[in-house]
Design a protein around this ligand. Structure first.
Ligand code: NAD
Length: 364
């Protein structure tokens, strides 16, 4: 176990980026004796004013430069920056001597990501690329069921993701603009941005992937702006297990959700039965969030904490505990994030080559 970064007092932390997802990331910090929030950074004055209501004693800054110049003593940053700013932003944060809890995806390109991991290593600071899905209780229980052998040897699995255009929380226009700019760079909202989580869960459940094949579609939603669906990925893990993931866009479908409108499913089939997580971000299927079938009997889990926001709370608390005690693993560290990025980029390479199989490890 590494020695703790902040053993003898609460972690002093700053939020950098106060946009949409701040609303969920703050849950780990609220009422948590492991942390004290000392600064808030965002170029938008409205955002700073709005978010300061949560932390009246925190200082606010319009940029990281201003924060660094202020000479505040603190340990760690919760980095909630637009994806296009991740590479540059993280090297600046590490360079100032702060530990960084970064949102996914690590960044857009492999050379940038390798540079970020190296910068973290050289700085002696921790870089985490937080993966809240592996803290979602129904998925954690799915993994326990699979690992326990309850459904028998795994023979295959599939993931389903339907993005819908109706329901859920309000997403500000500026957030969408940044997502569409990403899509225009060839890093689509469904496969690369939200899809990052699904690729993460695949690696977390079944280990490295040795081959991925992809067929990536595009649907124009407003003139000149496309969403990367319909898309289908298939892959094979090094242990021989195959996964299939279908990404669909159903623009007019209403989904009940407190967050984004995304209907998600994970279903793992074993030689004796199957285990299925019925939802995650949205509340499409009002059924138990986990069901396990074996030998003619279906067991339903009705009392799991299946509020998607809880996965942010628990992921953030895990990070702050890690800084206080050294108890890992980081879930994810920079190396695991590099594996997720390689898998996503291998899918793009496959699509560009007409769907041939690509080994993610061949991307260097
Ligand atoms: N884990 C998840 O499920 C999940 C969900 C949504 C978003 N995210 C990730 O969270 C990050 C932020 O997403 P969001 O939806 O909140 O985006 P957003 O566009 O709503 O917010 C980004 C904020 O960063 C601010 N900003 C821009 N440049 C800055 C800079 N240099 N310094 C400080 N602040 C700056 C913007 O003013 C804005 O308030 C992205 O990496 C995204 O991929 C993760």
């Amino acid at each position: 176990m590494p020695s703790p970064a902040v053993p003898d007092r609460p972690v002093r932390a700053a939020f950098v980026g106060l946009g949409r997802i701040y609303d969920l990331n703050r849950l780990a910090y609220r009422g948590n004796p492991d942390v004290e929030v000392v600064a808030l950074v965002d170029p938008s004055e409205d955002r700073r004013l709005e978010r300061q209501a949560d932390w009246p004693d925190a200082a606010t800054f319009e940029s990281v430069d201003r924060l660094a110049a202020a000479g505040l003593e603190f340990d760690a940053v919760e980095a909630l920056l637009p994806i296009a700013h991740h590479a540059e932003g993280v090297s600046e944060l590490l360079g100032n001597g702060w530990h960084v809890n970064l949102q996914k995806p690590i960044c857009n390109d492999l050379d940038e990501a390798v540079g970020m991991a190296a910068a973290a290593g050289a700085s002696g600071r921790h870089l985490r690329v937080m993966e809240n899905y592996v803290f979602y209780e129904p998925l954690r229980r799915l993994k326990q069921v699979v690992d326990s052998g309850e459904i028998g040897e795994v023979v295959g699995y599939h993931l389903k993701m339907v993005a819908s255009g109706r329901g859920g929380w309000n997403v500000p226009g500026g957030t969408y603009d940044r997502q569409f700019a990403q899509a225009q760079r060839g890093r689509g909202t469904l496969l690369f941005d939200d899809g990052w989580h699904k690729l993460s869960t695949a690696l977390w459940l079944f280990g490295p992937v040795r081959e991925v094949r992809a067929w990536i579609g595009n649907t124009e939603v407003i003139p000149g702006i496309g969403v990367d669906a319909p898309t289908t990925l298939v892959w094979e893990h090094s242990n021989g297990v195959r996964g299939v993931w279908d990404i669909t866009l159903a623009v007019d479908m209403f989904l009940r959700s407190d967050y984004y409108t995304n209907d998600e499913r994970w279903e793992v089939t074993g030689r004796h039965g199957f285990a299925r997580v019925n939802r995650c971000t949205a509340r499409g299927l009002q059924e138990p969030s986990l069901e396990v079938y074996r030998d003619g009997e279906l067991r339903s889990h009705h009392a799991l904490d299946d509020d998607w926001a809880s996965s942010f709370r628990d992921s953030g608390r895990h990070w702050l505990r890690f800084l206080r005690t050294g108890e890992g693993p980081l879930l994810w560290g920079a190396d695991q994030a590099l594996d997720v990025l390689r898998l996503a980029l291998a899918a793009y390479a496959s699509n560009e080559s007409g769907g041939i199989g690509i080994d993610p490890a061949s991307l260097v």
